[in-house]
Design a protein around this ligand. Structure first.
Ligand code: NAD
Length: 499
């Protein structure tokens, strides 16, 4: 727990400069239409600021600025070691603004301030640093030819990247795109979610302060249809990287295909299985981890362990232990030190989650904990951590990505059934398996169709490993050196040495 009190944060709020305009070609600009939308805090429903509501004309300006910056070579042609220095400065400046950025994130989307600080800001800094550090250590290749020719295999930046990101980890998801895109020399047009635009705008301002050339990193704020769609359909955007729902991800793949076949990578939803065998090393630890796996960030996590698969021999006691852990995770005011859950992002999402809870009860699952809104602040968006037992795979709460604090407990009789249920989903983002049997851990991890599998913990990993989904959880990978591939084209250059 941090030593910063709620009143420390509250005193900071009036001093915040809520930058709320788009950043195009190094300047803060209003939407060409002059339109704005309200940026509402889910903590208590207050309007924080009004934000530029960008549309096609603004996207045209932002893409043109990105293209000019890219073609000028002011960034793309810098030596990797020079780009590294700028990005490292960017990371240091983000670090120096940690409190401000964390507060903006929490006010904007409702997560506990300590998570904003210790997870979102910290991981954003790490991501920018990591990509900066990597970029001057990667070599191109020479093809294994005979003496008569030389084959150079090089990587070149794509050019203009459109990045469209969600609201659950606004700054972090943006940085997973920005880090590798900028390190490899591209220019970027970033569109944050309309539900959480504030930190993206601030990041662009801080990047300019760090010395990133004008036009290399632009931010357009606004709604998906109005500001996102024109990026996806744009004929002069070379690459599109997206994190968000599977429905929008699929739509963007087709938009990209029907326009200029821009390279398109989508990181989408999940319905991740967390599989507990009776021989888990410590069942109490596993139960606490199962609660955190779904309730962290109010359940608004793509990898949330939303399906808890429990061996029938231990199910009753294990669900009791999960309920006990859930009862200690009641939502609080997000600026309260030690808050484990904050507010849902907005009323729409809260109502959507409440409808899923109703469907769980209507379809016959046993509500063991929660199931109600929590009254933390008038006009706030809070939901109690909710646990359903006796869930079957055909129920809506077991099939749909709820993106809220709702856990579905499902029993299984043996390993084969556990694997079958785990894979009974169109998603394939993540999974966990709890067992002391090394062979079983390998077997089950190998059989579950998911991009990340954790053994005897949940949500492990760092920048060093690729992150992304199998099946309809998406394509491509964020993080690690593999992510750099998405932002570059491979070129083969052949030189005739015969003369
Ligand atoms: P969303 O798909 O509704 O929106 C994501 C972004 O796409 C937003 O910026 C939105 O404005 C934009 N958008 C919406 N419609 C668009 C359109 N027609 N054209 C262009 N852009 C459009 O998702 P969300 O509700 O913001 O985020 C939640 C989703 O994100 C969940 O499904 C979650 O699993 C997923 N997610 C995935 C990962 C991952 O790495 N796989 C990480 C975080 C979140």
């Amino acid at each position: 727990m941090s030593n910063k009190t709620k009143s420390y944060w509250e005193k900071m709020i009036p001093k915040l400069n809520f930058s709320s305009r788009a950043i195009i070609d190094g300047k803060q600009v209003n939407a060409a239409s002059g339109q704005t939308f309200d940026c509402v805090s889910p903590i208590d429903g207050r309007v924080l600021t009004v934000v530029a509501r960008c549309g096609s004309e603004d996207i045209e300006r932002a893409v043109a600025a990105s293209r000019r910056a890219f073609e000028s070579g002011v960034w793309a042609d810098q030596a990797p070691g020079e780009r590294k220095k700028v990005l490292q400065r960017f990371a240091r400046i983000i670090e120096a603004h940690a409190d401000e950025l964390a507060l903006l994130e929490t006010l904007d989307m409702g997560k506990p301030i300590e998570d904003s600080l210790n997870v979102d800001v910290a991981a954003t800094v790490r991501c920018i640093d990591w990509n900066a550090e990597a970029i001057d250590k990667i070599y191109d290749e020479i093809a294994p030819t005979g003496k008569h020719e030389l084959g150079l295999v090089t990587r070149e930046p794509l050019g203009v990247i459109g990045a469209i990101v969600p609201w659950n980890f606004p700054m972090l998801m943006a940085s997973w795109k920005l880090g590798p895109a900028l390190a490899t020399g591209n220019s970027v047009v970033l569109k944050p979610s309309e539900k959480s635009p504030l930190t993206a705008i601030r990041l662009a301002e801080l990047a300019l302060e760090a010395g990133l050339p004008v036009g290399v990193f632009n931010v357009v704020t606004g709604y998906g249809q109005e500001a996102g769609e024109p990026i996806a359909a744009h004929m002069d955007v070379d690459g599109l990287v997206f994190t968000g729902s599977t429905a929008v991800g699929k739509h963007l793949l087709s938009t990209a295909a029907l326009s200029n076949m821009k390279r398109t990578f989508v990181e989408c939803g999940g319905k991740s299985p967390n599989v507990v065998f009776p021989d888990a090393p410590d069942l109490d630890t596993a139960a606490e981890a199962a609660a955190s796996a779904i309730f962290f960030n109010q359940g608004e996590v793509c990898t949330a362990g939303s399906r808890l698969l429990i061996h029938e021999d231990i199910r009753v006691d294990f669900v009791d232990a999960v309920v006990k852990a859930a009862s200690q995770m009641h939502p609080s005011h997000p600026l309260e030190p030690g808050a484990s859950m904050g507010a849902m992002v907005d009323n729409t999402q809260m109502d959507r989650v409440m409808n899923f809870i109703k469907s769980g009860s209507d379809e016959g699952a046993s509500l063991r904990h929660g199931g109600e809104k929590a009254n933390i602040e008038p006009n706030g968006c809070y939901i109690e951590p909710t646990v359903f037992d006796n869930v079957s795979s055909d129920m809506t709460i077991a099939k749909e990505e709820i993106f809220g604090p709702v856990l579905s407990c499902i029993g299984f009789k043996d390993e084969a059934e556990a694997v079958r249920i785990a894979n009974d989903t169109p998603y394939g983002l993540a999974a966990a398996v709890w067992t002391s049997d090394l062979s079983r851990a390998h077997r089950v991890a190998g059989k579950i169709r998911a991009g990340s599998v954790w053994v005897n913990y949940y949500d492990g990993g760092d920048m060093t490993a690729p992150f992304g989904g199998f099946k309809q959880s998406g394509n491509g990978r964020d993080k690690s050196l593999h992510a750099l591939d998405k932002y570059t084209e491979l070129k083969a250059t052949w030189i005739n040495l015969a003369n």
